[in-house]
Structure formats: structure tokens, C-alpha cells
Design a protein. Structure first.
Length: 297
């Protein structure tokens, strides 16, 4: 099995050019920005990466581009879930061939499934791949919640189901995953405002879209917590929180892209029909980033 994954994972944005094509040079710069700041892994084709707006071919080419450019510097997690089992299997095999280290499996969306149907999908895909699997629980988008006991049963039955990204925004559920099932599955919290609290509770790590914008600061919080420097961790989080709050209060995909643009790393707009954030929201993010930079000096 590949190395254990823990720490800060950047849910990579997908840059687009003016014609809404994937901007590979900008993507490489975004990858380098995170890797050089010390993140522990990067995620290609997740929600922040607008996977639902990409064609199947674009999704595969995105994973190819990320794995090639990372070049083994950090693990690459490829989101390969889809609305059908067969499509998820095709994406998973393509990601394995591209050199991804872990497959992240969102459950089918748009037409909500029963929990039983969702479990059958997870089991078929997980049994068909040799790589470690990270479940992706985002019930607000899929209509199905992977409750902690179901997750625990799946992890005990399938050795390669080793991680879960929990974006349920249910703190009690996160605690049960960490404390009731931490012996068989590592939990990554996928809601950026929960970063500090989740790390204190013993989460394996965080998967953050905000890490595109402030990777070094999130890494600093993680390292301070894991090294027992809790006063420093709390102070760093207090500095960082206004930036994350400003972004998560807006349509998040667009807010992440705005944050990068403000910091001199333009990555284009979200793919239509998604739009950009309002001027007022942009100003709030800009002010929060300026305050963070001022405190850092």
C-alpha cells in the first residue's frame, strides 16, 4: 500500500482561460504554490475543482496534468466518482494509470439514491481498484449521507477504504467518525471553517479549498497542533479565520478564484453558468487577505 496520508490536502481549483478551456500553465502554478508551501497532498477534480462542469475527457486530462507536474513531490488524490458505477470505474482506472496515489469517490448525485444503492456503488468500485480509496461524503450535493456506522462497516469490510472526506457540515458526525471509527478509517474534514477544531479532535487532516489561497497559513496551524504548540495554533487560526470566513460566506468556487486573483495568481472565472462573486464580496476577501499579510509582517 502507498504511504499513509495525513495533514493538509489542497482541493485544487481548476483554472480556465478566456475560452473556458483548462489553463494548464496556470494549473501548474497553482500546484507549485501549494507544494512549495508544505501541503501534504493535492486533490485533482474535486468540488472546488469544478469536476461536475468538466467533460469526462477533461477530467482525465486534468488528473494527467496534475500527476505529471507533481512528479511525486506529494501524494495526488484523484476524485473519480460519477453518476454511474461504470463511469466511476473508467475514471478510477484512468487515474490509476496516470499515477494517482489515492482515489476519492464521491457518491452519485443529481438523482438521490438509497443508502443501500450508494453502498453497492462504493463496494463495486472499491473492489475493482487496487489503490486506497477515500470516501467523499457531501450529502448537500448528493442527497445521501454516509453515516459514521455505515462508513465504519465499509472500512472494516474493504481493506483499501482507508480515508473519508466528510463535508456533511455535521460536527457530531465528524466526532463519531474520528472517535468511533478512527481505528479503521482516517477522517479528513472537508469544511474549511472546521479546520482548527477538527485537528484538535484528532482528525487525520483537512482537505481545504482555501489552501489554494493561504496554503502556508493552514500548514502552520496543522503543524502547531500536531507538535503540541496549541497556543501558537490558536493564535495562527485567529489570524487566518477571517480570510476563510470571507471566502466560505460566498459561492466558494468563485471565492477561491477571487482570492488567488487578489494575490496575483489569476486562474480565470468559474465555468459558466457559474458566475464570479460580487464586488462587495471581493472587497471583503481582499481586506481579509491584506489584514492577514499585515499581521504576518
Amino acid at each position: 500500500m502507498p504511504q499513509e496520508i495525513r495533514g493538509v490536502l489542497t482541493a485544487l481549483t481548476t483554472p480556465f482561460d478566456a475560452d473556458e478551456n483548462i489553463d494548464v500553465p496556470a494549473l501548474r502554478r497553482v500546484v507549485d504554490r501549494s507544494v512549495e508551501a508544505g501541503v501534504n497532498g493535492v486533490v485533482a477534480g474535486g468540488s472546488t475543482g469544478e469536476f461536475a462542469s468538466l467533460t469526462p475527457d477533461e477530467r482525465r486530462r486534468l488528473v494527467d496534468a496534475v500527476t505529471e507536474h507533481v512528479g511525486g513531490r506529494v501524494p495526488v488524490i484523484a476524485q473519480t466518482g460519477a453518476t454511474t458505477t461504470q463511469e466511476a470505474l473508467r475514471h478510477s482506472e484512468a487515474a490509476r494509470a496516470a499515477g494517482a496515489d489515492v482515489l476519492m469517490l464521491v457518491t452519485p448525485y443529481y438523482e438521490p439514491l438509497s443508502l443501500e444503492e450508494t453502498v453497492a456503488y462504493i463496494e463495486e468500485v472499491s473492489s475493482s481498484v487496487e489503490l486506497p480509496v477515500m470516501l467523499y461524503n457531501i450529502p448537500g450535493a448528493t442527497g445521501v449521507n454516509l453515516d459514521p456506522d455505515t462508513v465504519g462497516r465499509l472500512a472494516r469490510k474493504h481493506e483499501n477504504i482507508r480515508y473519508i472526506k466528510d463535508s456533511s457540515v455535521d460536527w457530531e458526525q465528524a466526532l463519531r467518525l474520528i472517535h468511533h471509527h478512527g481505528d479503521v478509517i482516517d477522517t479528513f474534514i472537508g469544511w474549511d471553517t472546521f479546520i482548527y477544531s477538527a485537528l484538535l479532535e484528532g482528525a487525520a487532516g483537512v482537505m481545504a479549498g482555501a489552501a489554494n489561497v493561504v496554503p502556508g497559513e493552514i500548514v502552520s496551524v496543522y503543524r502547531a497542533v500536531t507538535e503540541g504548540r496549541l497556543d501558537e495554533a490558536r493564535a495562527e487560526w485567529a489570524r487566518l479565520y477571517p480570510v476563510i470566513d470571507a471566502m466560505i460566506s460566498e459561492p466558494f468556487i468563485a471565492a477561491v478564484k477571487a482570492g488567488l486573483r487578489i494575490q496575483g495568481e489569476p486562474v480565470g472565472a468559474p465555468r459558466s453558468p457559474m458566475g464570479e462573486i460580487s464586488p462587495a464580496a471581493n472587497a471583503r476577501i481582499e481586506e481579509a487577505l491584506a489584514s492577514l499579510e499585515k499581521v504576518s509582517k
